[in-house]
Write a protein that binds this ligand. Structure first.
Ligand SMILES: Cc1cc2nc3c(=O)[nH]c(=O)nc-3n(C[C@H](O)[C@H](O)[C@H](O)COP(=O)(O)OP(=O)(O)OC[C@H]3O[C@@H](n4cnc5c(N)ncnc54)[C@H](O)[C@@H]3O)c2cc1C
Length: 365
């Protein structure tokens, strides 16, 4: 079982940043035991921002040594830009319809960690206990669900998002679509040899132990045939009174915006807003919810938890101004909107492929 844990103390998160080794990262990131950063839960939640992280890495290493890691960070920003430009379109097939779809449900073998592919079952069990899955295993799960079991990507993506501490709707939907071929030019598949190479498993017999020509035309294995709808829910905690300081501003945080530096020196009311509608549409597990709340409490002193709508929160009397940060999920907020920080603020809008986007980014490096 994996021993990965995700601390919420500022010092421990800083130690994780100090431990980054971009050269080892570039060599080993595709392997389960590789030197990946495991920073995604903090990046997704806005505790660390990409621009600061990029500057920090480039102050310690020349670009040529850090290029791969910077490029991976740019994938996150790219997906955020696609979301910003295309809005809710990212929750449907974005470039073309996923082909060869048999149903819109979650393969039960996936949710029960019983796919008979040992490394994948192990990765799913680890996801349930730690809230984390290595990128390559996420790709394997997605290809198994979409390209071997022929599920549409949407329900299994919701299942994975539900369990991820780093759950990010753009990275998640668009990565699933990238694997399923609705946001890429071809579907991603991997055979047993590939899985063994990168995960260290030694499984010899399995329905994936075939060459790539046969794999492309594999009939759905019996074990992957049963499926069920995605029905999981989030149970939100009771709200706390958001008013701590009368006649002072309200700073609105949410599950993607837990920036400890934001207006940190100013007097005000700080509220982690958990909107019911949002969690009904995009549920997360109690492990994820508790992580978000603990992170907010550790990073932002005196923060209050409010579960309800933005309008319910702001109908409370006693606030002067209301501040929030720009994000596709906060378009209905009202008040003083502030920009997010970007690694490449100059490059916005929709780029149909990461590499067309990255080409532009390189000019600023
Ligand atoms: C099917 C699928 C679903 C995914 N769902 C999510 C999700 O909900 N939330 C999420 O944050 N990431 C998601 N990813 C992207 C990626 O798997 C994770 O960001 C990465 O595994 C996080 O672990 P890490 O911090 O150790 O990554 P590292 O390899 O150390 O990378 C450093 C950082 O670069 C960024 N990054 C690296 N790879 C990617 C990538 N492929 N796409 C986007 N950003 C990347 C992340 O911010 C990551 O924290 C998904 C990928 C796939 C294939």
């Amino acid at each position: 079982m994996s021993t990965v844990v995700f601390p919420t103390d500022p010092e421990e998160i800083q130690a994780r940043i100090n431990a980054i080794d971009p050269q080892a990262y570039a060599r080993t990131r595709n392997f389960l035991t590789g030197a990946v950063t495991r920073l995604s839960p903090y990046l997704s939640r806005g505790v660390i921002n990409l621009a600061d992280l990029k500057d920090r890495i480039l102050s310690d290493y020349p670009f040529r040594k850090a290029e791969k890691l910077i490029q991976e960070l740019a994938w996150r920003e790219y997906y955020q830009r696609v979301w910003q430009a295309r809005g809710t379109a990212i929750f449907s097939d974005l470039k073309q319809l996923q082909s060869d779809v048999a149903h819109q449900q979650v393969p039960i073998a996936l949710s029960e960690a019983a796919t008979q592919i040992e490394a994948i079952d192990q990765a799913i069990n680890d996801l349930y206990t730690t809230g984390y899955m290595h990128n390559h295993c996420r790709m394997y799960c997605a290809m198994l669900a979409c390209n071997i079991a022929h599920a549409h990507w949407s329900a299994p993506a919701s299942w994975m998002y539900y369990h991820l501490l780093d759950g990010d709707l753009a990275s998640n939907s668009l990565s699933w679509q990238w694997v399923a071929g609705s946001f890429s030019s071809k579907k991603y598949i991997a055979n047993q040899d590939n899985i063994n190479t990168y995960t260290g498993s030694k499984q010899v017999y399995s329905y994936l132990a075939v060459d790539y020509v046969r794999l492309q035309h594999l009939p759905t294995p019996d074990v992957l045939k049963s499926s069920a709808p995605f029905l999981l829910k989030t149970i939100l905690p009771p709200s706390e009174d958001p008013l701590v300081v009368e006649n002072a501003p309200l700073f609105v945080y949410n599950s993607y915006q837990i920036d400890p530096q934001w207006h940190a020196q100013e007097k005000g009311n700080r509220v982690l807003l958990l909107e019911r509608d949002h969690f009904e549409r995009f549920p997360v597990s109690s492990l994820v919810l508790n992580f978000i709340i603990e992170l907010a409490r550790k990073q932002v002193p005196d923060i209050r938890i409010f579960c309800g709508s933005f309008d319910e929160l702001t109908s409370r009397k006693g606030f002067t101004d209301i501040y929030y940060k720009e994000h596709p999920l906060s378009t209905h907020y009202r008040g003083r909107k502030e920009e997010r920080s970007w690694m490449f603020p100059e490059i916005s809008g929709y780029y149909p492929s990461f590499f067309s986007y990255w080409k532009k980014c390189e000019r600023y490096l």
